[in-house]
Write a protein that binds this ligand. Structure first.
Ligand SMILES: [Zn+2]
Length: 350
């Protein structure tokens, strides 16, 4: 396992160490006593965890609302926290790995694009939270006459336009730029986007405003109602702390969309044969077991013994990973919302 270039890490280390010198408290807002979705005050702790992927310092708690079932990070990350924990995940050090991960999901992207098949060919399509533009790149094959635009805050969206994967890049916050997108879209899509946002209600309102009458909103989200969540505990991939600020039970979202004026045309389990709940859980477990690899948020480079031990643990982890992959692929319990880690919704603006 070759990690990132040690020289690049050494260069980034002073800035991270300066950020961490004052502790992680400033990365969090005050803890709230009510549910951000329904205002209910009967809250319990659903999860206590750490950053299992980048292994950056910090502890995270997800609260559950007894009244509506909404799950939300509490205390939530502050602006400084969001910047710190996203840094080098999709961009910088993490860019190459994420590009590989995104590129490997073309089957899933095709399934998403085909959900619109029962409806007229869209003239234009805005993909909000487009990342590096991989979805649009694949969706063009299904919709060759549609103009695709991508919106994201990371630099990947600009590279997507340079590659010709999208026709226009918006490097911006959706809520902020919404009023300038007045011409309107036939489709707005939000794939694994809302759970990262600080104000999902405003995101949905903005989507409603920028859609033309007769247009469609496509959403895909982690499914907190799936059984993997309880079976795999903190190793359930859908938690993705600290990035996922909230998780939405499907019925909550359907109701909110109806309140906004949408007609929910369909929803269901994401099932495109690419489930990886168990593989991801085993992988996350190995990452906790092994000494962490070098990263600029660690005070110093791990020694040779730690690096050898890490390699050994991952080699020993190959058989369990293989078994997990086989179960994910061939021996999953029956499909449907109860066992699907994600769900989709198609909503129309009448
Ligand atoms: Zn609630």
């Amino acid at each position: 396992m070759s990690g990132p270039d040690p020289a690049v890490i050494a260069e980034l280390r002073p800035a991270y160490q300066a950020d961490l010198a004052a502790g992680t408290d400033r990365f969090f807002r005050p803890r709230r006593d009510d549910c951000p979705w329904c205002g209910g005050t009967d809250l319990s702790v659903a999860l206590r965890t750490t950053d299992l992927l980048q292994i950056k310092p910090g502890r995270f708690t997800v609260a559950a609302c007894a009244d509506c079932g909404h799950l939300f990070q509490n205390p939530r990350l502050s602006g400084a926290g969001l910047e710190f924990y996203y840094r080098d995940f999709y961009d910088g050090l993490g860019a190459e790995g994420m590009a590989r991960l995104f590129a490997g999901q073309s089957t899933a992207y095709r399934h998403r694009a085909e959900l619109l098949r029962p409806y007229p060919t869209p003239r234009n399509w805005l993909d909000v939270g487009t990342g590096h533009g991989h979805f649009c790149h694949t969706a063009r094959e299904s919709w060759p006459d549609t103009r695709f635009e991508g919106l994201d805050q990371c630099g990947g969206v600009e590279r997507a336009a340079e590659h010709g994967w999208i026709d226009r890049a918006h490097r911006a916050e959706f809520i902020a730029v919404g009023p300038t997108l007045a011409d309107g879209y036939d489709v707005v899509s939000m794939y694994h986007y809302l759970e990262h946002t600080t104000d999902p209600a405003a995101e949905l309102e903005t989507a409603y405003k920028v859609l033309r009458p007769g247009g469609h909103l496509l959403i895909e989200l982690p499914n907190p109602g799936c059984r993997w969540r309880r079976l795999l505990g903190r190793y359930w991939v859908g938690w993705l702390q600290p990035q996922h600020l909230q998780l939405f039970p499907l019925d909550n979202l359907r109701r909110r969309l109806a309140e906004l004026g949408f007609t929910v045309r369909g929803s269901g389990a994401v099932d495109s044969g690419y489930a990886f709940d168990l593989v991801a859980a085993v992988w996350l477990g190995l990452c906790q077991l092994a000494p962490a690899e070098d990263a600029p948020w660690r005070a110093r480079r791990p020694g040779r013994a730690a690096r050898w031990l890490r390699s050994g643990i991952f080699i020993a982890g190959l058989p369990p990973l293989a078994v997990a992959a086989l179960v994910d692929r061939f021996a999953r319990p029956t499909h449907g919302l109860r066992w699907s880690a994600a769900y989709w919704i198609v909503a129309g603006k009448d």
